[in-house]
Ligand binder design. Sequence first.
Ligand code: ZNH
Length: 147
Amino acid sequence: MVEWTESEVKTLERIWRNVDVDVIGPLALTRCLIVYPWTQRYFGSFGDLSTEKSIQTNPKVANHGVVVLSSMKSAMESLTDMKNKFSALSTLHSEKLHVDPDNFRLLSDCLTITVAGRMGSKFTAEMHATWQKFLSVLVSALGRQYH
Ligand code: ZNH
């Protein structure tokens, strides 16, 4: 079981208060699809993703960014038990969507850059470290059902 200090939990709550899921979700997913174009292969049903502009204006991308980031935010309710919380979602990504789990880290990095860019100097080194811990626990939970 992953342990969290009171101060880490407070830090994570503070960061999430600064994250507008409806804005940051689409920005982070858009960035991921542009910077790591091979991640586009999973979104064949989303229509045109051939240019930066088409990715940025694609409503399905924006909507999915909100879905993914809401799901990440909901991890706050199960900080010490993300493994169980994301078990079904891990199985879905592994067995049905066949998403290479390396991509979870790529998306997480794009999210960190987006959040850091928005928060500027409010995103201190200490906050950054706790945020990285949160993301690595989440990514590991999402990767658990891969065999
Ligand atoms: Zn994912 C889906 C989450 C990452 C791909 N996702 C999904 C969903 C969710 C999620 C919640 C929905 C489900 C249902 O419906 O049931 N993801 C998530 C998270 C993360 C992710 C939390 C973090 C990290 N994904 C991801 C990535 C990718 C993906 C990275 C690639 C690249 N997903 C996906 C897909 C899908 C999903 C493809 C399906 C979509 C549709 O709509 O179809």
